[in-house]
Design a protein around this ligand. Structure first.
Ligand code: XMP
Length: 509
C-alpha cells in the first residue's frame, strides 16, 4: 500500500487514483497522521500532496521531520516538495516568476523516477513559491528556465520531490513518473485488482443485511445506480429506491430513470418516484447566490426524501452512493471549499434506520464504472456524462424559474442531439447548455426582441479537476445555435464558453 498525505491541495484524490491505476492500493490520510499510525499501516511508500500554503509561514501544515528517517520512500509534490526541502535545510522562497500551466521541464539523466521520460517534457506547474536551493545530500534532477529545482532526490534516503504535478493529465509523462516511483523506488508489485470487487461486495451485503429492509435514494447517476443494482442483486425486493425528481433534471431524464429502475425495468426492487418540481421551484424563487441555491436544493432534497421514508417506516439500512473522493473531501476537509457538493451535504435527520451502507466508498469514479459494466448495467447509463446533484439549478445563472428550466432543458437537448449526431460526443468529457443571466437585444422577423442568451460549454478532461475548452467543429456549433434560436422560445443569442478550468470551473455556479 501507498499512503498519500494530504496537505490541502486540489488534486489530492487524483494522486491516489493514479497510484491505483498502477494496480497498487492507495489511501489518502491527513498530514497530521501520527508516525505510529503510519508505521502500523506498513506502507511501501508515502506521497506528500500539494497545497495552497507557504511552508515558511507559521500556521502552514507540516509534519514531523522524523518521517524522513523511517526508511519509507517519500515523493513530495509541489507544496510537498517544498516542505521536504524546508524541513531538511534547503531554502524555499517566493519565486520571482510564478509558473502556471503547461511548462517545458528539462530532465537530467540518471534519476530512476524519470526512467524512460523525454529529456524535455511538458509538465503542469502551479506555484508561487519555489525551492531556491536543495538541501544537502540532494541532487537536482530537473529544472526550468525560472525554476532551478523542478525536481530533486536523495537516493540514499529514498526521498524524491517534484515541483510540478505528475498526477494531472496535462503532465504528459506524469503517469510514467508515478509508476516509476511506486515500482522502481517503492518496490510495489502492482497486483491489486478489483475484478472480483462486485462479486465479493454483493456476497458481503447479502450476509450483512440478512432479512433486513433497505432504503436507497436513487438519482439515476452512475454512483447511485451502481449501488442500487448491487443491492438489488444482493437482496431483491427487500430494497426500496426513492427517486426524487426535483424539476432540475435534463429533458425527459425522470422518465428515463423510471424506465430502467421502475416496474417495467429489469431489476428486482421497489421503485418510488416523487415529482417535487413545484416544491423546489418555490424554495428557489428569487434566490441568486450560487452557494445558497446549492444549499437549498441539497436541504430540500433531504426533506422530501425524509417525508417519503417516514411513510415507509422503519428500515434497517440506508444506502449512500458515496464514493472515495466524497469520503476524502468530507473526511479530511483540508482543501479550500470551491463549491459545496450536493451529495456530501449531509444525512437525513428523520429517517428511521439503524445503519448506513456505502458499497462504493472505496472506489473512484472510473472504478465505479468498471463495476457497473461487470454488473451488466447498460453502457449508456454507466458512461453517462456526470450530472451535478443540484442539476440545472447551477446551470441557470441567478434565480431559477420553471420558464428558465424549460429553456435550458430544450437548448441542452438540442445541443446533445447534434453533438451525438456529429459523432463528437466520445471525445468530450462533459458538454451541456447553460442559461446566462443576460438578456440582450435581437431582431426576429422585423421585430425587436429582448431575450436570454444560452451558453454552450464543452470540455475535455479525464479527471474533472482540470479541463480544457473543447473545440467543437464550427458547422456543428452553427447548426446548434440556429436550432436553439429557432426552436427555443425566449432565446435570441447563443454563446460558446472558451474558458478552461482553472480559472473557470466546469459548471457555472
Ligand atoms: P466544477 O464545476 O466544480 O465541476 O468544475 C467538476 C465536476 O463536478 C460536477 N459537480 C457536481 N457533482 N454534485 C455532484 O455530484 C455537485 O454538487 C456538483 N457540482 C459540480 C460537475 O458536473 C463536473 O463534472
Amino acid at each position: 500500500m501507498v499512503i498519500v498525505l494530504d496537505f490541502g491541495g486540489q488534486y489530492n484524490q487524483l494522486i491516489a487514483r493514479r497510484v491505483r491505476e498502477c494496480n497498487v492500493y492507495c489511501e489518502v490520510h491527513p498530514h497530521s497522521m501520527s508516525l505510529d499510525a503510519i508505521k502500523a499501516m506498513n506502507p511501501k511508500g508515502i506521497i506528500f500532496t500539494g497545497g495552497p500554503n507557504s511552508v515558511y509561514k507559521e500556521d502552514s501544515p507540516t509534519c514531523s521531520k522524523e518521517i524522513f528517517e523511517m526508511g519509507i520512500p517519500i515523493l513530495g509534490i509541489c507544496y510537498g516538495s517544498q516542505l521536504m526541502s524546508h524541513l531538511l535545510g534547503g531554502s524555499v522562497a517566493t519565486a520571482p516568476v510564478s509558473e502556471y500551466g503547461k511548462t517545458e521541464v528539462d530532465i537530467e539523466e540518471g534519476s530512476c523516477i524519470f526512467e524512460g521520460i523525454s529529456k524535455k517534457t511538458i509538465c503542469w506547474m502551479s506555484h508561487t513559491d519555489y525551492i531556491e536551493s536543495a538541501p544537502e545530500g540532494f541532487t537536482v534532477t530537473a529544472h526550468t528556465p525560472v525554476c532551478p529545482v523542478a525536481a530533486m532526490e536523495c537516493t540514499d534516503k529514498k526521498l524524491y520531490a517534484v515541483q510540478f504535478h505528475p498526477e494531472v493529465m496535462h503532465t504528459q509523462e506524469g503517469m510514467k513518473m508515478l509508476s516509476n516511483f511506486v515500482y522502481n523506488v517503492c518496490g510495489c508489485t502492482g497486483d491489486w485488482k478489483m475484478a472480483s470487487f462486485a462479486e465479493t461486495t454483493i456476497r458481503e451485503l447479502r450476509e450483512k443485511i440478512g432479512n433486513g429492509k433497505v432504503l436507497c435514494a436513487l438519482s439515476g447517476g452512475v454512483d447511485s445506480s451502481v449501488a442500487a443494482v448491487m443491492l438489488s442483486k444482493a437482496i431483491g425486493k427487500q430494497l426500496t429506491c426513492v427517486f426524487v425528481d426535483h424539476g432540475l433534471l435534463r429533458k425527459n431524464e425522470g422518465d428515463e430513470v423510471e424506465e430502467v429502475f421502475g416496474p417495467k425495468g429489469s431489476y428486482e426492487l421497489n421503485f418510488i418516484r416523487i415529482n417535487a418540481q413545484e416544491r423546489f421551484y418555490s424554495k428557489l424563487a428569487g434566490i441568486e447566490e450560487p452557494e445558497q441555491k446549492r444549499k437549498i436544493i441539497g436541504e430540500e432534497f433531504i426533506r422530501v426524501f425524509e417525508e417519503e421514508a417516514q411513510k415507509i417506516g422503519s428500515v434497517d439500512f440506508l444506502v449512500q452512493g458515496t464514493i472515495y473522493p466524497d469520503v476524502i473531501e468530507s473526511g479530511l476537509g483540508k482543501s479550500a471549499v470551491i463549491k459545496s457538493h450536493h451529495n456530501v451535504g449531509g444525512l437525513p435527520d428523520y429517517v428511521d434506520f439503524k445503519e448506513i451502507i456505502e458499497p462504493l466508498r472505496l472506489l473512484f469514479k472510473d472504478e465505479v464504472r468498471k463495476v457497473g459494466l461487470e454488473l451488466g448495467i447498460p453502457e449508456y447509463l454507466v458512461f453517462r456524462q456526470p450530472f451535478p446533484g443540484p442539476g440545472l439549478g447551477i446551470r441557470i445563472i441567478g434565480d431559477v424559474t420553471a420558464e428558465k428550466v424549460r429553456i435550458v432543458q430544450d437548448a441542452d437537448a438540442i445541443y446533445r442531439e447534434e453533438i451525438a449526431k456529429a459523432g463528437v460526443d466520445k471525445t468530450l468529457g462533459q458538454y451541456f447548455a447553460a442559461l446566462s443571466n443576460m438578456r440582450s437585444v435581437g431582431v426576429m422577423g422585423d421585430e425587436r426582441t429582448y431575450d436570454y442568451a444560452v451558453v454552450l460549454r464543452a470540455v475535455s478532461t479525464s479527471d474533472f479537476m482540470t479541463a480544457e475548452a473543447a473545440p467543437i467543429p464550427w458547422d456543428v456549433l452553427h447548426l446548434v445555435a440556429s436550432r436553439i434560436v429557432n426552436e427555443v422560445k425566449g432565446v435570441n443569442r447563443v454563446l460558446y464558453d472558451c474558458t478552461g478550468k482553472p480559472p473557470a470551473t466546469i459548471e457555472f455556479e
